[in-house]
Design a protein. Structure first.
Length: 264
């Protein structure tokens, strides 16, 4: 049995069938489902759209793909996190979230609030807090991580950590469909990929994704339609984010934080 970055891959079908071709092909298939499904559900009950679309376009295809290829353990690693793994999770999640929020804030200051963002904020405000948490934080995190940091990242392992994580992050950002959000979302995606690669636990990435979504909802609630945080606050967030990301990278380089947990 050999270890390769974020998961332990043994001999058998799962080590060969879960190839880059399989992962990228799944992403293309999910893109058709996601964007086509969005058009098909336009005008329907928004709650059903928000609930069904991520499940049917991301979660179900990812689980079925891993099952058919007999690669569930590789696609969805879930070793027991160690203390170092939790430290890496916290550093990368909070660091990437702060940096992404800072960049998004600077973009808004440079370009002005976009009509798309205003409509999205108005749409989110229609829902009660429990619905916002489920529909805009928890459900997207679980479903998107199953694809981008689950099957896709596992399929790209043979490329090495940097190409695999960056590819996962870029495709994740492209699915959000907004050029202005490309950099912030890609930064978050890269950090989540690094979490899975170093901790061998995709559920930590899902938790980090959900936490970031909650921070975005909180920022939207606090700042509303205003110009957002001051330039000084944005700079402080960016510096803090970079420091935390560097700390997470340093902890990850010390060794494999997942040792001692259950390896898949």
């Amino acid at each position: 049995m050999s270890e390769d970055g974020g998961a332990t891959v043994g001999p058998g079908p799962s080590s060969t069938a879960l190839s880059p071709t399989a992962g990228l092909g799944l992403v293309a298939f999910c893109a058709v489902l996601f964007f086509g499904g969005g058009l098909a559900l336009a005008g329907s009950d928004p709650v059903w759209s928000l609930s069904l679309l991520p499940v049917c376009a991301f979660l179900v295809p990812s689980v079925l793909c891993a099952r058919v290829l007999r690669a569930e353990a590789v696609a969805f690693p879930h070793g027991k996190p160690t203390r170092d793994a939790w430290a890496i999770f916290a550093s990368f999640t909070l660091g990437a979230s702060l940096l992404a929020l800072a960049i998004a804030g600077w973009i808004v200051r440079l370009t002005g609030p976009s009509e798309e963002e205003a409509l999205m904020a108005e749409f989110v405000a229609r829902y009660a807090l429990p619905q916002r948490v489920v529909l805009f934080a928890l459900l997207p995190a679980l479903c998107e991580e199953s694809l981008f940091r689950g099957v896709l990242l596992a399929s790209l392992k043979r490329w090495g950590i940097l190409p695999a994580c960056l590819t996962s992050a870029l495709l994740f950002a492209l699915f959000h469909g907004s050029p202005l959000r490309l950099a912030p979302v890609a930064i978050l995606g890269a950090a989540l990929a690094a979490i899975v690669w170093t901790t061998r636990n995709v559920w930590l990435a899902a938790g980090g994704h959900a936490l970031h979504n909650l921070l975005v909802l909180g920022a939207a609630q606090i700042y509303g339609a205003s110009s957002g945080p001051s330039t000084g606050a944005l700079a402080l967030w960016a510096v803090a984010g970079l420091v935390l990301i560097a700390l997470g990278a340093w902890r990850a380089r010390r060794g494999s934080p997942a040792r001692g947990g259950s390896e898949q």
